[in-house]
Design a protein around this ligand. Structure first.
Ligand SMILES: Cc1cc2nc3c(=O)[nH]c(=O)nc-3n(C[C@H](O)[C@H](O)[C@H](O)COP(=O)(O)O)c2cc1C
Length: 228
């Protein structure tokens, strides 16, 4: 019974709310552009959709204060830390569809995204098997990753493990989680300014010109499918 009231129901005619969170410090590069397309796709189907950029916010990761675990306290099931992430956690709580996007930094999500994930997930986590987590069930969730390496090289760099772990946590807390991968991205606008011999730069630029526009279209469709 306890779990039942946690299941968010979207009544017929209600507007679906999608929140996208950008963990890249760059708002308008690969991850940010893909998330904006996902938002546009969702909005095209009548959803209320927005993207927040973590780089604009001043916040910390989980402080391990344990107020969210104190069943007699006022912060039970809610992160008690009050900072720039607090409104984002509230929006994430209320969203029907939650999308987290991050570049890979040394084969993990960025520090910005990791700090957000810690606070998002830990507030709901319970150290008991007798109750479900305190998270609201959602219509759908998604993880969006961008990276320098090609998709075929993800396993060699252990990125598949990170994706599977974060996907598993999103599903444990919220809802089935779709994964959107965008590989072999154009990392900088002008490669000639830097030493970049570990990559085949002409091939990267070609890919960016020919494939990335298709990735943006794929992101739009992905956003549509998350809300219908
Ligand atoms: C600090 C740092 C670490 C990175 N580490 C990786 C990595 O481990 N694997 C990878 O494929 N790309 C790595 N990259 C490249 C980015 O993941 C890639 O360029 C991404 O698309 C950037 O996203 P953005 O354009 O949205 O900022 C790294 C970039 C930076 C700045």
């Amino acid at each position: 019974m306890a779990a039942l009231y946690l299941i968010a129901t979207i009544a017929k005619g209600d507007t679906v709310k999608l929140l996208a969170v950008n963990g890249s410090p760059r708002k308008t590069m690969n991850t940010g552009l893909l998330l904006e397309k996902i938002v546009d796709g969702a909005a095209s189907k009548g959803a209320t959709a927005e993207c927040v950029h973590l780089r604009d916010l001043t916040f910390k990761g989980c402080m391990s204060c344990f107020h969210c675990k104190d069943s007699k306290g006022k912060h039970y099931g809610k992160c008690a830390v009050q900072d720039g992430l607090t409104p984002v956690l509230q929006k994430a709580h209320e969203a029907d569809v939650l999308v987290l996007g991050s570049p890979f930094y040394f084969s993990m999500e960025t520090a910005l995204m990791r700090a957000c994930m810690e606070r998002l997930w830990f507030q709901y986590y319970l150290y008991t098997t007798k109750k479900p987590p305190m998270s609201p069930r959602k219509k759908a969730t998604a993880l969006v990753y961008t990276m320098n390496v090609r998709e075929a090289d993800m396993v060699a760099y252990g990125k598949d493990v990170i994706v599977a772990r974060s996907k598993g946590l999103m599903e444990r807390f919220f809802a089935p989680c779709e994964v959107f991968l965008c590989c072999d991205t154009k990392q900088v606008k002008d490669y000639s300014k830097y030493e970049f011999d570990v990559f085949d730069v002409p091939s990267k630029l070609k890919r960016h010109d020919e494939i990335f526009p298709k990735e943006l279209e794929r992101a739009f469709d992905f956003g549509v499918n998350l809300v219908i």
